[in-house]
Each structure stands twice: as structure tokens, then as C-alpha cells.
Design a protein around this ligand. Sequence first.
Ligand code: SF4
Ligand code: SF4
Length: 298
Amino acid sequence: MKIAVASGKGGTGKTSVAVNLAALIADHRLPVPTVFLDCDVEAPNAALFFNPEIKEKESVDVLFPHIDQSRCDGCGQCVDICHYHALTVTPKRLVFFPELCHSCGGCAMVCPQGAIDEKPHRLGEITSGSIGSMHFMQGEMDIGNSSPVAIINSMMNRLEQFQHESPTDPICIIDAPPGVSCPVVASLRKADFILLVTEPTPFGLHDLQMAVELVQDEMSLPLAVILNKDGLGNKDVENYCQDQSIPVIQRIPFSRKIAEIYARGDLLIQYDEHIRMGFEKTWSIIQTHFSDANESKG
Ligand code: SF4
Ligand code: SF4
């Protein structure tokens, strides 16, 4: 069971929902492992709430072309094969734009002069550990890199390996990056159910619509909405969800008390009984969704 928590924009309370839901599930002490993945690799901060015990850190590298300019005759064959325009020939030298490179290896393959070989380039690292009985994994991209997809893919591969080795299907909570771009797709593509977190403002509605388009229309994944800062703004998000038959399964009130708990880096479910009951209801709805899905499978 893989539940991803996503949002069309940053600052909606996505990570707060992800960590509180994961902590609540862990509190139930179910006879299956629980895994938390922080895939918000450009700004991972779930660890601030969990304070995990770190057991391992591993570098994530990709292969980038390394050009020997002295052998390059400027033929341009590498430029022609690069669909991402990461190479260009100038009168003096071949220029490489690492932020556009997808590490396909095509340029090295076609160079008739053998002027390109590939060298590992560090993108970031994956940290693994535990929070009580819950497994924890966090990806973090190094400053100066621009494509976190390889880090997220590497985390998904580790999760799959963990699933294969686990005697029972684990419950995974994935904290996805904000937005609707490639890193979000990489984080959601193995998920079975998506929680979209938004707030009742015009920006919240706009970004929710983009997220619904990605998750429901393009990826065909089941979803539900959690409305954070309920009471702020207007009813447009609720009306939109009603029109689209998207369930709003939890409302987290806009309150100073909640903002203070969050600012301290504490879990809402430990300090507010009403919020805890809201997360219990969300967990119960998710479980019902999975048991209905299993029944209809057969
Ligand atoms: S294919 Fe090789 S020789 Fe041709 S421009 Fe690229 S690096 Fe230079
Ligand atoms: S490895 Fe692929 S994407 Fe990167 S520069 Fe070479 S051809 Fe372009």
C-alpha cells in the first residue's frame, strides 16, 4: 500500500499531512512495516518532525559526458543526437550544459574521434534510518544540480527492494515534491493512492486543478483532497471538488494553535485531539478504499 501526499504548490502543509499520517499509522502498531519516504529532495524537512535515527547515507551519481577538447574536430554529431540540447559546437570548443543533460550516453556513443567518455557526477544522497519501528528514507539533492529525478528513481528502487524483502506488503507514505513536474511524476508513479493537500485560496484552487489534471487525468490514480487552513479564503476549492466528484476527506482548521505546533516542529496529532481524530478518519477512508479495490480485483 503506497500513499503519496502531494500538492500543486509549496507551502500548503503537504509535509505536515504526510508526517502526521505516517506517525498515526505507526502508532497503530500494525503487524506490517511502515515506511516513510521524503521525496521532496530539493527541500526535505520531514526529518525535522521525526528526528530519525540515521543508519546509512549513500551518494547518488549519474554519468555525465567528459569531453577531451584536444580530440574534438567540431563535427557536431554529438550535438545532433542530443535531444535535450545539452551540447553545442562553437568555433573554439564543444560546450556542455550539465543542467540539460539526461545522462543517456548517446554523445559518447556517436563521437567518431573518441573525444567523449563518461564520468560519474554526484547529484545528492539518500539517507536511511528509522523512527521507532518505522523505516525512514530521505533524498536530498546537492546545491547546484537541477534534476532530482535520478535521486527519486533510486529511492523508488530501494523501496521496491524493501517490498520484495518484506514478508508482508509494507505501508508506505511518500512525501512528494510540490508542483506537477517530472520529479512529482517520478514520486507518484508507484503510488496506489494520492492525497492532494491544498488551501482554500485562489492560488490553492489553481494549483489543485493542475495537480488533479496530472494525477487523475494523466496518471489515472485515485485521489482525495485534504483542505488545510480551512476557514481562510473562500469556498471555491470545495465547490470545485464537488463539481469534479473529488472527495474532501479532511479539513485542518486555520488556527494560531496549529501554526505554533507546526513552527515548533511538533506533530499535530500529539497536541490536538480534534486533529488526531481527523487523521484517524482519513486513515480509515484510505483503508476502506484499499479493501474495496482489493475486493473488486477479485
Ligand atoms: S562528436 Fe566528438 S568530435 Fe564531433 S563535435 Fe562531438 S565531441 Fe567533437
Ligand atoms: S549524455 Fe545524452 S543528454 Fe547528456 S549531453 Fe550526451 S547526448 Fe545529451
